[in-house]
Design a protein around this ligand. Structure first.
Ligand SMILES: Nc1ncnc2c1ncn2[C@@H]1O[C@H](COP(=O)(O)OP(=O)(O)O)[C@@H](O)[C@H]1O
Ligand SMILES: [Mg+2]
Length: 364
């Protein structure tokens, strides 16, 4: 397939991004580059996005976290002007997402949930072609390509066809491509979906580096709880609504301090002493033992500050303590406490993997 063979994809992307250089819009409210108010999108009566309101600050890494079907992609599509809101309003870089679409498009880069690279071109060709469509001056294209390739660690492979790349390399290349026209906001829709844990963490390293190297805001979605920790702030979205919005730390603190788990020689005595001496209501449960079938009785309690509490607890109990651990609540605990459900990653991953495979076949 030649460059012309991907004309549709790339031309669509070009019109999406708009042509022209990086311009600032009429100035957004101090500190905010995205402002959204009661944004809503209906699909035949289904409220895919239901009156969400939020702002995103300059240079923030802002995450939308939620299960499959929560409304993450629909939100991104509205912010990128690909989809018209049913009601509500939004601005990006000071431009209205409905009435100033060209200006919004000039301000953004997008990495879609599904890959859109041309497998038959080399990495460098993919980048230069993209830059050409966005009117990046010829003399700058090569230099920009070199810079973004370096950042995502693909310099050595820049001359190879993309079809020889692994899934993680393709994702890194797409991020690099999204940067070629120096957008104000980079949208990453599920940037790590379907990748192995090691590759996922390398993608995150690149996202953090982005913030250092480019003056850029990152808006991303994920359904991986552990990954959302990498964001400066997270909106937890469920059934089209934002159910919480804060820093990962604050969200976790909202669950109620740290969780201490301990095993004692005399469980009942330890539980009693914890209540009498420290005033905490501890629960007794089983933790899986190391030997097969050796589930052991343990005590679990939530305390405001585990690190301070732990030594006091160990000193204060008269029964022998066999093991003890302290952990912070995870975002899983947060999602569970907000929705009463857990995000099921397995089902989503399978569906997404199938879709990627299907798409990969179709593109050949
Ligand atoms: N073009 C569409 N037509 C009808 N329903 C849609 C369309 N796009 C998304 N939906 C529905 O809207 C809801 C939110 O979808 P989406 O934004 O893709 O969720 P997420 O990205 O969080 O997985 C889902 O119930 C989905 O089936
Ligand atoms: Mg999605």
């Amino acid at each position: 397939m030649s460059a012309a063979g991907t004309g549709n994809d790339v031309a669509a992307a070009a019109s999406l991004y708009g042509r022209g250089n990086r311009n600032a819009g009429s100035s957004p409210a101090a500190g905010a580059i995205i402002e959204v108010e009661r944004l809503t999108r209906d699909f035949d009566g289904l409220k895919a996005v239901d009156e969400i309101s939020f702002t995103v600050g300059h240079k923030e890494i802002f995450g939308f976290l939620g299960p499959n079907g929560a409304g993450k992609t629909t939100t991104i599509n509205m912010l990128c002007t690909l989809l018209k809101p049913t009601s509500g309003r939004g601005t990006l870089n000071g431009y209205d997402i409905v009435t100033q679409q060209d200006e919004v498009r000039q301000s953004i880069g997008i990495v879609f949930q599904d890959p859109t690279l041309d497998d038959q071109l080399t990495a460098r060709e993919n980048l230069e072609f993209h830059a050409m469509l966005y009117n990046v001056p010829r003399e700058e294209r090569e230099q920009r390509a070199r810079r973004v390739l370096e950042m995502v660690g693909l310099t050595q492979r820049a001359g190879d066809k993309v079809e020889t790349y692994s899934g993680g390399m393709k994702r890194r290349l797409e991020i690099a491509r999204g940067l070629m026209h120096y957008p104000h906001v980079l949208f990453l829709d599920e940037p790590t979906i379907g990748l192995d844990p090691q590759t996922r963490s390398s993608i995150w390293e690149h996202v953090h580096e982005l913030k250092q190297q480019y003056d850029i805001t990152v808006f991303l979605t994920t359904h991986y709880m552990d990954e959302a920790e990498n964001c400066d702030r997270i909106a937890i979205i469920d059934h089209g609504r934002i159910v919480a919005l804060d820093t990962p730390g604050n969200l976790k603190h909202s669950v109620g301090g740290d969780i201490i788990t301990l095993r004692a020689d005399d469980t009942q005595a330890a539980q009693r002493e914890i209540r009498e001496k420290f005033g905490f209501e501890a629960s007794i449960g089983d933790v899986p033992g190391e030997a097969a079938g050796a589930a052991q009785e343990s005590i679990r309690l939530e305390v405001p500050n585990g690190r301070t509490m732990l030594p006091q607890l160990v000193r204060g109990l008269s029964t022998e303590i066999l093991s003890v651990s302290v952990r912070e609540p995870t975002l899983d605990d947060v999602f569970l406490s907000l929705t009463g459900r857990q995000i099921r990653e397995e089902a989503g991953d399978k569906k997404d993997m199938m879709r990627r495979r299907f798409r990969a076949r179709r593109m050949r």
